[in-house]
Design a binder for this molecule. Structure first.
Ligand code: AMP
Length: 487
């Protein structure tokens, strides 16, 4: 394998996936789809195409636009079918060998896999597979699928895929492309999103699209057909779309943080437009925790729709009191705390006339480490605000996510070890409030939260992890046994 190899201990990957079946410009359309999904991963990107006989691949570190805008790159990816991936990782090196889609040759032909999410038994499976002689080329969870498919005793690719899926535990969406089919899979609880779209027939039958979010359909002119269902495998061939449900039925637990922050606001997720949902969350936040103020200011861009909802509900003017520089990536991309501090200053600046002498309510979607809020509050005060109140459109983030959203370990989550009052003091705000969990469910038309059967995965706010965490337990047991041995 070419590239800057190294070690990458990254386990949690937020990603965007896009696959297309039967389009004359499959690779170019995949590049467009990945561009629309850029917010789901900015560190690396890749496309694998299939021309009916051979697979072709181009993978690189960096953004889609920087890697797939040249005609010669697209020309090197011929064929009517393609699969693409955007990857987002925050710790360890991003190395080319981890960039997806992963590709391997089998007795049944070639198979490319692009995966979004996290397997919670990947370490245990990997250990077992290595013992059986499987040689891993990367540290990404997707490679576990490749090996499980390789050693499966079933003959068809779909049966082998099902065999592999029955052994993995986790929250994932996956697209796989073989010589004869494009397959899309969602984990049994449907924690991560995946949708099916259709391209209008220009010649022949028209094509099919699988993508993480609907915003990737709009850019390529495809129509939304439906969400892939939790636990469903859709198999796209020239005969059409076949649906397989090998896991039996379980109630879905879609990731609530996709609504709060992760999905693009113009996407429709699980039947609900994200933009409208964020506005309703903002309105609910205003009903729960309003204070007297002169102006509602969003922390751009993530806080904008919630701040709009807040402003409408409270009848206080909405102003862009903070301006974002769009040529700086997300703060989280910066790997060290010191650079992260710098990143916030690079990214946001105060729009002084909108803040000077005013009682300001700042609205953002979440507080993770508290770095952003602290810097923003300081900046707004420095610009002359009379009061600075912070309102957050999610409940306090008190637990790490092991299902594919990048949150740091618990010790680094400000809300895990501080009360709301302590957090207000730390970030320097006159007051701080978060939306309540029930309020969040209400705003998503699902509330109040049914504690016996919650409709969403909200583990980052509640510690209620709906999918088992064997690797974690395994690690704890191993550490315990090491401790006992050393005694
Ligand atoms: P922090 O500065 O650590 O408190 O992070 C909070 C900021 O990061 C907020 O402005 C969020 O919009 C943003 N944020 C929250 N979760 C994530 C995530 N998983 N990836 C990237 N950014 C995030």
């Amino acid at each position: 394998m070419t590239g800057n190899d190294g070690h990458d201990d990254k386990m949690h990957e937020e990603c965007g996936v896009f696959g297309i079946w039967n389009h004359a410009d499959a690779a170019a359309v995949t590049a467009l789809g990945l561009h629309a999904l850029q917010h789901r991963g900015q560190e690396a990107t890749g496309i694998v195409s299939f021309d009916g006989q051979r697979f072709h691949s181009h993978k690189a570190l960096g953004l889609v636009g920087d890697n797939f805008s040249e005609a010669k790159v697209i020309a090197s990816l011929p064929g009517m079918r393609a699969l693409g991936h955007n990857r987002y990782a925050t710790t360890g090196d991003t190395v080319l060998r981890n960039v997806q889609p992963l590709y391997a040759d089998f007795e049944f032909g070639g198979l490319a896999v692009a995966h979004n999410g996290n397997l919670t038994n990947a370490t245990a499976l990997r250990r077992a597979l290595v013992r059986r002689g499987c040689l891993f080329q990367s540290t990404t969870d997707s490679e576990v699928f490749i090996h499980l498919i390789a050693i499966s005793l079933y003959s068809t690719v779909v049966d082998r895929l099902i065999d592999a899926l029955k052994q993995v535990i986790g929250a994932y969406s996956l697209i796989a492309m073989s010589d004869g089919a494009l397959m899309g899979v969602r984990d049994p609880l449907g924690v991560r999103p995946l949708i099916l779209g259709r391209l209008p027939p220009t010649e022949g039958n028209g094509g099919w699209v699988l993508a993480s979010e609907t915003c990737a359909l709009d850019i390529v002119g495809a129509e939304f057909v439906r969400d892939v269902e939790p636990g469903e495998i859709v198999v796209i061939t020239d005969q059409g779309v076949q649906s397989i449900k090998p896991f039996g039925k379980s109630a879905s637990r879609f990731c609530v943080f996709e609504y709060i922050y992760f999905a693009r606001p113009d996407s429709v997720v699980e039947g609900m437009p994200v933009y409208a949902a964020r506005k309703r969350i903002g309105a609910q936040l205003a009903r729960e925790s309003h204070v007297a103020a002169d102006v509602i200011v969003p922390v751009p861009d993530s806080g904008v729709p919630a701040a709009m909802g807040y402003a409408t509900e409270s009848a206080i003017p909405f102003e862009l009191g903070i301006i974002r520089n769009h040529y700086v990536g997300r703060t989280f991309i910066e790997p060290t705390d010191s650079i992260r501090h710098l990143g916030v200053k690079l990214k946001h600046s105060a729009n002084k006339p909108m803040l000077e002498g005013k009682r300001v309510i700042l609205v953002d979607d979440s507080i993770v480490r508290g770095t952003t809020s602290r810097k923003i509050v300081e900046m707004v005060r420095h610009a002359g605000a009379a009061e600075v109140h912070m309102r957050i459109s999610s409940p306090p983030t008190t637990y790490s996510c092991f299902y594919g959203i990048d949150t740091p370990e618990r010790g680094k989550l400000l809300a895990a070890s501080h009360t709301v009052e302590e957090m207000a003091e730390l970030i320097g705000a006159d007051s701080l409030a978060f939306i309540s969990l029930d309020g969040l469910y209400e705003a998503l038309n699902k509330g109040p939260r049914n504690d016996a059967r919650p409709q969403y995965c909200d583990a980052c706010f509640t510690g209620d992890y709906p999918i088992s965490l064997p690797d974690m337990i395994d690690n704890d047991t191993r550490q315990l046994s090491l401790l006992t041995e050393s005694r």
